[in-house]
Design a protein around this ligand. Structure first.
Ligand code: ADP
Ligand code: MG
Ligand code: MG
Length: 871
């Protein structure tokens, strides 16, 4: 049997996205649901791959199947490619398995030529429509198939409009259109060296080849790279009989979402234009009308559309993004797909669908991508700063978020500035697919034209970038790189702030505040918690961090780094004096000053946490990190310590290490100066006792000893700490339970975990240091060469971002197993950067760790990843 390359819409289903592409699969599905879909067929994605194998040509078996399908189509719609008096016109539409908005190009009105345009004019009694369709076809064919720059066509159109004083394309008269077509054909001949093809089958073959070839155009490749879509999937080509939204005022075209893609509100959301075709709505040719007003213009069509939209949503069990056309009062659907949405909308839709009984909680949890949650945690403008901000204009809030930056007017300039680390606001009259790279390089996008479904809006929402679209008050001149808003003129590099939720545009840099999370977010995260099995804690070093972490659902603190508490300008002097003390007595004096400060920190944090656990890590970094570098700081310190500058400098020099990360740090400090850890242990226990008493809660502090490499070392440091804690208990005549555990980060500790576990209540894997020491890659220096590895496809992904399961993961697993065997009550967790990385979390879950701990802003992401891993 010969291979099937071509599928009629009646043959496919929504499950066949890989073969038919998303658009084709859904056109099939809708056809089989009995919805009004113009008939057609799909050339499979396999054909696209085969097309490249064939040296970018169509091969005989495919040509034959296309011809057969086309003959059938002619019969079905009762029109023909070969009958100029009754011409079959089709669209040629690309569609890959994953939606790639605007990446591939569509050709409409194919089949028209000098003869059939007359036939169509005659047949429809509507010559302006027929010639309007023909001029569109010539432009699209020239652009997509022959790469004739659009500018050539557009400047001709602009001139005609200008000469006649027209504002809109639909004011063109028949004479204008025939003149336009004549000039378009001249351009076509001049630019391609060929006459515009007149034979419909020839037009079709060339178009199919062009769509296939577009799979590998730069924009498409970039989009796939950004979204991690494989390059060998190919695109399908849909050939579909045309319906016409440009036949007059009883016709039109539009796009609508079944729910609001920015907020998730359950209400049709979209736009349409009467007497328009194809991309007119999204290209911002005229300002479209809101879908609500279709109810006034064509009540019956509106009701039918609304019913179909509901049916589609129920059928697909998700919010739909629907493209439709109305021809002489009759509704046709041209596309449906799961709508792209902001994270806020995604959560709200998921929660609603569960409440409506359409989805289970587990399905809802799987629907949200961990990356999307990131969007929700973006800042907004500070409410307190807004009244003083200078509001320049208001456009459409097309993709929420708050962004400030320096304005740039082209993709190239935006990319350049971004490379230099400058935050960019991309300002464009409207965006097109060429601007994708510029949008990626920007904090936010501002456009003067286009609506909520314009290219800028759709792509920005997909990227999670803030976007204000259709800001008509902004007069943008991309050539002179200026934008005039009211009586203010801004030049490239000036700063602007935009609010993608309200559409407001402000002068300068408006301060931002952290996000507040909605009720739906809390409901959703509640389900996440019910489902997930691994604990999620936060790394937090201060009461402020901790509040943030708790608000984001942390179940405790997995890592409180005490050194950060000493860097504060009020505290660093005492810390420096302690480090540079010349005797144990002197050191103890300064330690007692630090004790008060530490106790207060711990007290506040324990009081906020109450029964929730907190693991406090004792001092870890090399001491020289705390010492002054600037001359005036050194002089001040020498004064305060009653010594000379040169003596002080000598002392500082003596602490210098060649390899500080492998030097005098972690518990090694406590072997040399046990009084440091003793002070910290006292501060922790005293803080906990006070908080327990005041909040009347059962607090069990967890004290963590870092950088342990051997059980005897741990035993020694631990005994010092225990002695100090006993003293506190005796002084206050009270005790509380506490745990002492260790970080596992040195490979030797991992492989001797059976011994170490006998002295530890818990292990916390410090996977940053473990990666550093396991690979022998300096965390501070490896950036220089790891990029090279990444470019060469070695060591992917970067082991500092996503845990190296093969090597470092093996160490973690070995340590966990040895540890648990020796001490069945041992609690296991991880506190490196990897604790917030979804892929790493999957691994930690698989080896049975009790919890992960990550930075506060990663907490929701970690919770979601943990839940998705469980389902
Ligand atoms: P994209 O993937 O860029 O959205 P489409 O293939 O969906 O491209 O085509 C863009 C628009 O062209 C559609 O939304 C629709 O308005 C119009 N279009 C495509 N095919 C037809 C058709 N057969 N009849 C009428 N309009 C069509
Ligand atoms: Mg489109
Ligand atoms: Mg489309």
């Amino acid at each position: 049997m010969t291979k099937q390359w071509v599928y009629r819409f009646s043959e496919g289903s929504k499950e066949q996205k890989m073969l038919l592409g998303g658009k084709g699969a859904n056109l099939s599905e809708m056809t089989n649901l009995g919805l009004p879909i113009p008939p057609g067929f799909t050339i499979s994605t396999e054909s696209c791959i085969h097309f490249f194998d064939e040296g970018k040509t169509l091969w005989p078996a495919l040509n034959k199947q296309i011809e057969t399908a086309l003959t059938e189509l002619e019969e079905t719609v009762g029109k023909s490619f070969h009958d100029p008096a009754n011409p079959l016109l089709v669209s040629v539409r690309s569609g890959s398995a994953f939606s790639m908005p605007g990446m591939m190009d569509t050709i409409l009105n194919l089949g028209l030529n000098d003869k059939s345009v007359e036939g169509l004019a005659e047949q429809t009694q509507n010559p302006t429509f027929a010639y309007d369709s023909y001029r569109r076809f010539i432009q699209m064919f020239g652009d997509v198939v022959k790469n004739v720059s659009r500018i050539h066509f557009e400047s001709i159109l602009d001139t005609i409009k200008h000469v006649n004083g027209y504002e809109f394309d639909n004011q063109l008269t028949l004479e204008d259109l025939t003149d336009l077509i004549r000039q378009y054909k001249e351009v076509y001949l001049r630019e391609t060296g060929e006459n515009f093809p007149q034979e419909p089958m020839d037009q079709l073959r060339q178009s199919i080849q062009a769509v296939f070839a577009s799979w590998n155009n730069e924009r498409a490749i970039l989009y796939r790279d950004i979204h991690h879509i494989a390059h060998d999937l190919g695109t399908a080509v849909n050939v579909q009989s045309m319906v016409f939204g440009n036949r007059g005022d009883d016709s039109g075209t539009g796009v609508a979402f079944t729910r609001n893609p920015a907020t998730g509100e359950k209400k049709l959301f979209g736009e349409f234009l009467m007497n328009a075709q194809g991309e007119d709505v999204v290209a911002g040719i005229r300002t479209p009308l809101s879908i609500d007003s279709l109810q006034l213009v064509m009540p019956a069509v509106y009701t039918e559309f609304k019913t179909i939209a509901e049916k589609l949503e129920e059928h697909y069990r998700d919010m739909q993004d629907i493209e439709f056309t109305i021809e002489k009062g009759k509704l046709y659907l041209l596309q449906t797909r799961n709508g792209k949405r902001t994270a806020t909308a995604a959560i709200s839709v998921a929660v609603d669908l569960v409440n409506e009984g359409i989805l289970s909680k587990e399905e809802a949890v799987l629907r949200i991508e961990t990356g999307q949650l990131d969007q929700l945690l973006h800042p907004t403008f500070d409410e307190k700063a807004l009244p003083n901000a200078i509001l320049l204009a208001t456009g459409l809030g097309a993709s929420p978020g708050a962004a400030s930056g320096h304005i740039y007017f082209s993709t190239q300039d935006a990319e350049e500035a971004n490379k230099q680390g400058i935050p960019v606001i991309l300002v464009r009259r409207e965006t097109s697919p060429e601007d994708l790279a510029g949008m990626v390089s920007s904090e936010g996008i501002l456009t003067a034209r286009g609506g909520m479904t314009s290219h800028a809006a759709v792509v920005a929402r997909g990227l999670g970038k803030c976007c204000v679209a259709g800001c008509t008050a902004a007069v943008i001149n991309e050539d002179t790189r200026t934008v005039i808003i009211g009586d203010i003129i801004l030049h490239q590099g000036d700063t602007l702030s935009i609010d993608g939720a309200t559409g407001r545009v402000y002068a300068g840099n408006v301060p931002k505040q952290n996000p507040t999370l909605s009720g739906d977010f809390n409901t959703f995260m509640g389900w996440v918690n019910d489902i997930k099995q691994i604990g999620v804690k936060a790394n937090a070093d201060s009461p402020a961090d901790l509040r943030q972490a708790l608000a984001l659902g942390a179940e405790g603190i997995g890592l409180c780094r005490t050194e950060h508490m000493f860097f504060h300008k009020d505290r660093i002097p005492a810390m420096r004096k302690m480090i540079l003390a010349r005797s144990v007595e002197e050191r103890k004096k300064y330690l007692s000053q630090l004790l008060g400060m530490q106790r207060q920190d711990f007290y506040e944090m324990f009081a906020l946490l109450q029964e929730k656990p907190m693991t406090v890590r004792l001092l870890d970094p090399p001491l020289h990190e705390f010492l002054p570098v600037a001359k005036e700081d050194k002089i001040a310190l020498a004064d305060a310590m009653d010594t000379t500058l040169s003596q002080l400098e000598e002392h500082i020099d003596s602490l210098h290490e060649v390899n500080p990360m492998l030097g005098h740090r972690g518990c090694r400090l406590a072997v040399t100066y046990p009084e440091i850890y003793r002070m910290q242990a006292r501060a922790i226990i005293e803080g906990a006792l006070q908080a327990a008493k005041e909040t009347d809660s059962a607090i069990t502090p967890e004290i963590m000893i870092p950088l342990v490499c051997d059980v005897d070392e741990l035993r020694y440091v631990k005994s010092e700490i225990e002695e100090e804690i006993d003293e506190v208990f005796i002084e206050q005549n009270i005790t509380i339970p506490y745990h002492i555990g260790t970080m596992i980060e040195i490979p030797r500790a991992a492989v001797t975990s059976d011994e170490i576990a006998t002295e530890a209540d818990f292990f916390s894997f410090g996977t940053n240091d473990m990666t550093q020491m396991g690979f022998g890659f300096s965390r501070d220096d490896s950036g220089k060469f790891l990029q090279e590895y990444e470019d060469k496809g070695l060591l992917k992904p970067n082991p500092f971002h996503s845990l190296d399961v093969k090597g470092i993961g093996k160490l973690v697993k070995l340590s966990a197993t040895l540890g648990r065997e020796a001490n069945p009550d041992l609690v296991l967790g991880i506190c490196g950067e990897h604790g917030g990385d979804p892929r790493s979390i999957a691994f930690f879950y698989s080896i049975g760790l009790d919890y992960v701990s990550c930075s506060p802003f990663r907490v929701p992401i970690a919770r979601l990843a943990a839940a998705q891993e469980t389902i």
